[in-house]
Design a protein around this ligand. Structure first.
Ligand SMILES: Nc1ncnc2c1ncn2[C@@H]1O[C@H](COP(=O)(O)OP(=O)(O)OP(=O)(O)O)[C@@H](O)[C@H]1O
Ligand SMILES: [Mg+2]
Length: 230
């Protein structure tokens, strides 16, 4: 299987005058096509920091991140943005939908950032995905007019509308009750299977983590032995 993402010896230090915080230390990671990986770890262990770096939203202090054979390190902000739009989808704990736009517009947004995609096509693709996540009857609703689980399903549709090879999800079910969390995860997994998308998911939920192909435990910014019995 081919590797989509490779991170080598990643270090991240936040340096703010007298305060120097080493958050990630010598991390390696590789993600293969279609793979489902869960990252677990206590609060403050560096999970979100790692996802930000892998998604090109921030740069490591040292180490290399390769996405589809291209190194993100030496790219400028615009180039990293294009790599993100081309290859990645993001799902956050708190949906991050744009409140003034309806479900179709929110989902179509990543496609509308591509100059080559006509608005009509972007809307049609958004509608198709919203139907797949069971929201065909809520197309014109704004985030404020949707339930928490529905918002998260819109966020998943938005993450997948570009058919990315990798979805980075930071506690995608963290804000949902048990039933909604299960159904949102099942939906992610189903779409992932049909689209051959890899998933790298941060979760506090050990049950969800157990459903991934691979579980990784982050402890003080370093990989540690994952124990499924904890
Ligand atoms: N901009 C920053 N400047 C300094 N320290 C930071 C900054 N951002 C994060 N940190 C520190 O880095 C550590 C890791 O933060 P991170 O958000 O990656 O943790 P996390 O594992 O995602 O935690 P949680 O489960 O609570 O979301 C924390 O101790 C945090 O205080
Ligand atoms: Mg976090």
């Amino acid at each position: 299987m081919s590797e989509i993402l490779i991170a080598k010896d990643i270090n991240k230090i936040y340096d703010e005058g007298l305060i120097r915080t080493q958050v990630l230390t010598g991390l390696d990671l590789s993600v293969r096509a279609g793979e489902r990986i869960a990252i677990v770890g206590t609060s403050g262990s560096g999970k979100s920091t790692l996802l930000h770096l892998l998604g090109g939203l921030d740069v490591p202090t040292s180490g290399e991140i390769w996405l589809h054979g291209q190194c993100l390190n030496n790219m400028n902000e615009t180039q990293r943005g294009e790599m993100r739009n081309q290859h990645l989808g993001f799902v956050y704990q708190f949906h991050h939908l744009l409140p003034e736009f309806n479900a179709i517009e929110n989902v179509a947004m990543p496609l509308l950032l591509r100059p080559s995609v006509p608005i009509k096509t972007a809307r049609a693709e958004a509608i198709e995905l919203l139907e797949r996540v069971g929201l065909g009857h809520r197309l014109d609703h704004r985030p404020g007019e949707l339930s928490g689980g529905e918002r998260q399903r819109v966020a998943i549709a938005r993450a997948l509308v570009t058919k990315p090879s990798l979805v980075l999800a930071d506690e995608p079910t963290g804000n949902l009750d048990y039933d909604n969390a299960q159904s949102v995860f099942a939906l992610l997994a189903e779409l992932q299977d049909t689209m051959q998308t890899a998933l790298l998911m941060v979760t506090h939920d050990r049950n969800l983590a157990a459903m991934a192909d691979r579980q990784m435990l982050l402890k003080n910014g370093q990989w540690s032995q994952f124990d499924s019995s904890i």
